[in-house]
Design a protein around this ligand. Structure first.
Ligand code: C2E
Ligand code: MG
Ligand code: MG
Length: 573
């Protein structure tokens, strides 16, 4: 080799050594030069950062000191391969100074000197963030972010798995009633808090091996493996409903929600997970149309959820246009004089094929679909028109009450609507009364405002179905209402040892203390009437005196009762 070539070669070597040094120093990967025994002989700054040990410390350590225990034998295999001249790349876990796991993508390259293996070079890329994100995504894909419960996909997978192991199981589809209102009135933030609280309540009542999942929105699914006894399932469903209906206190708002539960059974109602969930969903919808706060087992003749919903909704939409809705009137009687002192308007739907459909059944759907707004408007206007016509004919000027559902009550223009109807029909406002339920306390401030505006129109307000809603008594004291209607269930349970007597007595005392009148509804017997009279109840309504009557029957009833109207004897037709 001549002088010239030698200089060139030295320069080249020097350059490549420089390049190697730069690479070693500035790469974003950690580089460990490891000897045949696994000791570190050289490390770069990233290696220090990655492990948390400084260079001097690392040089006194070996690769096995920073490998997680489970990784050591695997590393040894790759090391052996590298010493035989092979390059490999694998994922491993290192432990840093603080004994935290660092997920690493490691490439090991043989390091040869004069053709013989001296050790290996370990090039390590930190992929911890990547691995954690992936884990989180995996977790997230199984978990509902709001409640932390398993989500729809996960529960479907679990259910499929269980169907292979279990001989029997039950699936419950749980849906909150009118949850939309919570979101609409209190906002999504409080709505979410309510969902979280209810999810926790449900969860606390469904221990392993039962599974509770959130399907989205206000829908939950519970899987009860091994359950076959209907009575046990019913007990659980009732218990869940009871826990849902306990008052919620969210950011100072107190309100009550109820739920509807549909139940399907394996293997009777379906053999696939999807089929069972669908069947439970259909049954849930049926439960909701029956009445809120109830459960229902799947039955094979149930139509599909969408069909059923579509069918009822569609028919109901047409009912108004086709004149299938009509008004019934039920008189109210003064307990002391036993004379008529008012009436309640109750809507009826005569379906062309199904016959009469009870308002209990269609009002809920009308509420869910928003159809309650046009239906409610129609009821109000029709009732006021009818009433005005009776007044004009000389029938007694007793007050007529119309039910307002929560959704109607929450309409922004409800006060304007009532005002407009009064103006159009020319009905004197003091003859109109609206019945609202405790559910309106869901947004109490707004409720108070609306109630005061309604009162300012000159109409009266009564609180219907009182005693079922768990709303606290302090609400009642603040509301400008003139009457409380004790819920029928208390009257029905009179004399049945269910403490109804105590509840009724308490409501009457409370109401009178607040100078509010008390109406008992669902009074069917003389015994019930006698008890109510003894307790000082003011007004009764029920089959004992009269069932709800069509407009023409009620008119006849009014005419026949001539001379028995409360304090209005001189004005009879
Ligand atoms: P509500 O306002 O509590 O009405 C009382 C219900 O009890 C009526 O049922 C009435 O027919 C029934 N009832 C009255 N006396 C007796 C009795 O002695 N024994 C028994 N077992 N039942 C009696 P209906 O007409 O089926 O109405 C059910 C519910 O549907 C009403 O409960 C009310 O909340 C709602 N509703 C009815 N009409 C309307 C309406 O026009 N608008 C709204 N928003 N809701 C309505
Ligand atoms: Mg009512
Ligand atoms: Mg009632």
């Amino acid at each position: 080799m001549d002088e010239m070539n030698l200089t060139e070669l030295k320069k080249k070597l020097h350059d490549s050594e420089q390049q190697y040094r730069s690479l070693f120093r500035y790469t974003t990967n950690a580089i460990f030069i490891i000897d045949r025994l696994g000791r570190f002989t050289e490390v770069n700054p990233v290696a220090s950062r990655l492990t948390g040990f400084n260079e001097t410390e690392l040089l006194s350590m070996g690769v096995y000191d920073v490998l997680g225990e489970s990784q050591r034998s695997i590393f040894a295999l790759f090391m052996k391969a590298a010493l035989n001249g092979e390059v490999s790349c694998f994922q491993t876990e290192l432990l840093n100074r603080r004994q935290e796991k660092v997920f690493a993508l490691m490439t090991i390259v043989p390091r040869q000197m004069d053709g013989s293996p001296q050790g290996v070079i370990g090039i390590v890329q930190d992929v911890t963030k990547h691995v954690q994100t992936k884990k989180k995504i995996k977790q997230m894909s199984k978990e509902d972010a709001l409640t932390g419960l398993p989500n729809r996909q996960y529960v479907a997978e679990q259910l499929e798995g269980l169907l292979r192991q279990q001989e029997q199981l039950a699936v419950m589809f749980i849906d909150l009633d009118r949850f939309k209102f919570v979101n609409d009135t209190l906002g999504h933030f409080l709505g979410d808090l309510a969902l979280k609280e209810l999810a926790a309540r449900l969860k606390a009542n469904l221990f392993a091996p039962n599974i509770l999942a959130r399907m989205g929105g206000d829908e939950f699914v519970a899987i009860l493996p091994g359950q076959a006894e209907k009575k046990d399932i019913v007990r659980i469903a009732r218990q869940l409903l009871r826990h849902i209906r306990q008052p919620l206190l969210i950011n100072g708002y107190e309100f009550t929600l109820t739920g509807s539960i549909g139940i399907s059974l394996f293997p009777e109602h379906g053999r696939s997970g999807e089929g069972l969930i669908k069947a439970a969903d259909v049954a849930m919808f049926r439960a909701k149309t029956k009445s809120s706060d109830s459960y229902q087992f799947y039955e094979s003749d149930m139509r599909s959820y969408f069909y059923e919903r579509f069918y009822v909704e569609n028919d109901l939409r047409r009912a108004l246009d086709k004149g299938e809705l009509s008004l019934y009137f039920q008189p109210k009687f003064d307990v002391n004089t036993r004379t008529i002192c008012g009436e309640e308007v109750l809507v009826r739907w005569k379906h062309p094929e199904e016959g009469f459909i009870s308002p209990e059944k269609f009002i809920t759907i009308a509420e869910e679909t928003g159809l309650i707004v046009p239906i409610g408007k129609w009821v109000l206007k029709e009732a006021c028109q009818q009433k005005k016509s009776w007044i004009d004919q000389g029938y007694p000027p007793i007050a007529m009450s119309v039910n307002l559902s929560l959704r109607q009550f929450l309409q922004k223009d409800i006060v304007d609507t009532v005002k407009e109807v009064l103006r159009e029909t020319q009905l004197p406002p003091h003859l109109l009364e609206v019945e609202i339920t405790e559910s309106v306390t869901i947004d109490f401030e707004r409720t108070l405002e609306v109630l005061h505006q309604l009162r300012a129109l000159g109409i009266n307000i009564s609180l219907d179905d009182f005693g079922t809603g768990y709303s606290s008594l302090q609400y009642v004291a603040q509301m400008p209402i003139h009457a409380l209607k004790i819920d029928q269930s208390f009257i029905r349970n009179l004399g049945k040892g269910k403490n109804s007597e105590a509840v009724i007595a308490m409501i009457i005392n409370l109401a009178h203390f607040l100078k509010i009148a008390v109406i008992a509804e669902g009074v069917e017997s003389e015994e019930q009437l006698a008890y109510l009279k003894e307790q000082g109840c003011d007004t009764v309504q029920g089959y004992l005196h009269s069932k709800p009557l069509s407009a023409s029957d009620y008119q006849t009833f009014l005419a026949d009762k001539g001379g028995h109207f409360s304090g209005q004897n001189d004005k009879n037709p």
